[in-house]
Design a binder for this molecule. Structure first.
Ligand SMILES: *[C@@H]1O[C@H](CO)[C@@H](O)[C@H](O)[C@H]1NC(C)=O
Ligand SMILES: *[C@@H]1O[C@H](CO)[C@@H](O)[C@H](O)[C@H]1NC(C)=O
Ligand SMILES: *[C@@H]1O[C@H](CO)[C@@H](O)[C@H](O)[C@H]1NC(C)=O
Ligand SMILES: *[C@@H]1O[C@H](CO)[C@@H](O)[C@H](O)[C@H]1NC(C)=O
Ligand SMILES: *[C@@H]1O[C@H](CO)[C@@H](O)[C@H](O)[C@H]1NC(C)=O
Ligand SMILES: *[C@@H]1O[C@H](CO)[C@@H](O)[C@H](O)[C@H]1NC(C)=O
Ligand SMILES: *[C@@H]1O[C@H](CO)[C@@H](O)[C@H](O)[C@H]1NC(C)=O
Ligand SMILES: *[C@@H]1O[C@H](CO)[C@@H](O)[C@H](O)[C@H]1NC(C)=O
Ligand SMILES: *[C@@H]1O[C@H](CO)[C@@H](O)[C@H](O)[C@H]1NC(C)=O
Ligand SMILES: *[C@@H]1O[C@H](CO)[C@@H](O)[C@H](O)[C@H]1NC(C)=O
Ligand SMILES: *[C@@H]1O[C@H](CO)[C@@H](O)[C@H](O)[C@H]1NC(C)=O
Ligand SMILES: *[C@@H]1O[C@H](CO)[C@@H](O)[C@H](O)[C@H]1NC(C)=O
Length: 420
């Protein structure tokens, strides 16, 4: 008869300083779950004429925690607010640790106060898996840093100033904390260029799991079979466990390849395995995800660095696809700076292999204190400079053509008069 559930639930928030919500969930009059956090949502929805609108709002402090409950192995934090919206997190306890299993956000497009002019009628449910794992039992999870969870193409959640104890023993909160990696300060250490040994994979858990449950009228969508924008992975390589990063890279990657005369594209999921090395004139990043291995080799020619070699292996049901190129000059920037390109970019690696990058930022040499140096931005990022140049050049060409035509015309008429 362990299935006691929250007999009494309440929260109070004295919003003196900042936003946020404080929640206390009780079980048999004993505190069993405590949370103090800030959640903000960003939702894109359809309005008239097939247009989209994106709005952001915060989880209000007066949300109701009815439906939150806990027992010895499972806790649910559920906050309902306004007209039919809710946000909830399921926690589970195993052995000496607990974790958040799923985070669910339900929003009601019918609520015209939150979603003015919405052209669809219905409730949307999105879920994602937050990166709250291995929290010691009898400790609170603490994360002051902002963490944005992409739950679907239409909805984001940003958590900040999070303090949660999902399993409280004996009714008293623990003062011990399990702090998230993002809050752990970077310790600067003297940099010394040696050969790489250890590797620090830094991937953001941004599982994309759209689960839409349109209740009444389904939104008038014509789904396109194109791939979603790939998830951006954050990668870093260190010389050893105690040093800061010596190579930094962030990007979303889509790979286009031709296998058995068939062209196809796949999104490269942020990998399960990250390795690499940093050297004086050569640095390497190797990413292994599912059946795809991507290795990137950077070269430092004293003044500039560039991506000079790429190796891709894809294991699919139709066989092994492997291509490499070792004579490239991509992602170039001065040594000591980083290369950045937010726009989607297309790179031909070999005749059978191409890369599409999204939100690209790399620094393979000269990383100081684990942070990117000033960025060299790709020209694509600034079309405002290019457009006037192109327009100007086109106009100049046009004027030249008119002048030449005029001169030729004059000569012809002159010649005509002379022969007559
Ligand atoms: C705890 O609650 C979960 C659902 O919230 C339930 O599946 C589980 O059986 C419960 N465990 C116990 C020991 O009551
Ligand atoms: C609106 O959003 C839908 C779904 O995300 C998308 O298919 C459509 O292209 C968007 N429309 C505009 C005008 O951006
Ligand atoms: C949405 O539902 C309400 C009542 O359920 C209805 O009055 C309204 O016309 C609906 N709007 C759309 C766009 O279907
Ligand atoms: C989700 O967050 C990303 C990055 O913060 C932003 O570019 C995007 O527009 C957001 N999506 C929605 C639906 O708000
Ligand atoms: C809740 O968290 C906020 C931000 O960290 C903090 O300012 C506030 O004092 C906390 N509230 C309580 C009751 O601890
Ligand atoms: C907090 O951590 C310390 C050291 O790990 C431990 O001795 C103490 O018992 C913990 N307190 C609680 C309430 O868990
Ligand atoms: C990944 O997390 C770091 C900090 O944890 C953050 O600075 C960065 O913006 C995140 N990137 C994405 C794509 O969410
Ligand atoms: C780095 O490794 C290469 C071979 O992988 C070796 O030749 C070189 O001596 C090493 N350098 C240092 C500083 O360990
Ligand atoms: C939501 O949709 C899933 C399948 O897409 C279904 O299994 C589930 O029962 C639905 N939930 C509600 C509340 O309609
Ligand atoms: C890392 O630091 C710890 C303590 O700060 C030290 O005990 C350990 O030897 C260091 N490891 C290396 C490889 O320097
Ligand atoms: C990996 O390849 C195997 C066959 O080689 C295939 O069955 C499996 O679905 C692939 N996995 C992924 C994630 O593509
Ligand atoms: C780049 O290469 C030059 C010459 O090999 C070397 O002196 C310099 O330290 C390297 N720069 C970095 C940041 O490793």
């Amino acid at each position: 008869m362990m299935s006691r559930y929250a007999a009494f639930v309440f929260f109070l928030y004295f919003g003196v300083v900042s936003h946020g919500i404080e929640v206390e969930v009780k079980n048999d009059d004993k505190l069993c779950l405590y949370a103090n956090l800030t959640v903000s949502f960003s939702v894109t929805y359809e309005i008239a004429d097939n247009k989209n609108k994106t709005i952001s709002f915060e989880l209000p402090a007066n949300a109701s925690s009815k439906g939150s409950q806990c027992n010895d192995t499972n806790s649910i934090l559920k906050l309902s607010f306004l007209d039919g919206h809710s946000w909830s997190v399921d926690f589970s306890l195993k052995d000496k640790n607990y974790q958040a299993d799923t985070m669910t956000f339900v929003y009601n497009l019918n609520d015209s106060k939150v979603f003015p002019d919405s052209s669809s009628n219905g409730t949307v449910t999105v879920t994602t898996k937050p990166d709250i794992t291995d929290v010691g039992v009898n400790t609170s999870y603490s994360c002051k840093s902002k963490d944005t969870l992409v739950a679907s193409l239409q909805a984001n959640m940003t958590l900040s100033d999070v303090l949660i104890q999902a399993f409280i023993v004996g009714g008293n909160r623990s003062k011990n904390l399990t702090t998230c990696p993002a809050d752990t300060p970077v310790t600067p250490t003297p940099t010394h260029v040696t050969n790489a040994t250890t590797v620090a994979p830094v991937t953001n858990a941004t599982t994309v799991a759209p689960v839409t449950n349109a209740t009444t009228v389904a939104p008038p969508t014509t789904p396109t079979p194109t791939l979603p924008t790939p998830t951006v992975g954050n990668y870093s390589i260190r010389h050893d466990a105690n040093s800061t990063a010596c190579l930094l890279a962030n990007f979303g990657l889509r790979i286009g390849f031709t296998q058995n005369k068939k062209y196809q594209e796949v999104n490269f999921d942020p990998p399960t395995e990250v390795s690499g090395s940093c050297g004086v004139d050569n640095s390497e990043l190797i990413l292994v995800s599912n059946n795809i291995t991507v290795s990137l080799s950077f070269y430092n020619d004293t003044k500039k660095f560039r991506l000079h070699a790429v190796n891709v292996t894809i294991n699919s049901s139709s066989g092994v696809f492997a291509q490499s190129s070792a004579n490239l000059s991509l992602w170039e920037a001065a040594v000591g700076s980083s290369y950045m390109c937010n726009k989607e970019q297309n790179f031909t690696i070999t005749s059978l292999l191409s890369f599409y990058t999204f939100s690209l930022h790399v620094q393979p040499f000269g990383v100081k204190n684990g942070l990117y140096s000033t960025a060299h931005e790709c020209s694509l990022d600034d079309p405002s400079i290019l457009i006037p140049i192109i327009v100007g050049a086109a106009l100049a060409g046009l004027i030249l053509i008119v002048v030449i035509a005029y001169v030729i015309g004059r000569r012809k008429t002159h010649a005509g008069y002379q022969t007559l």
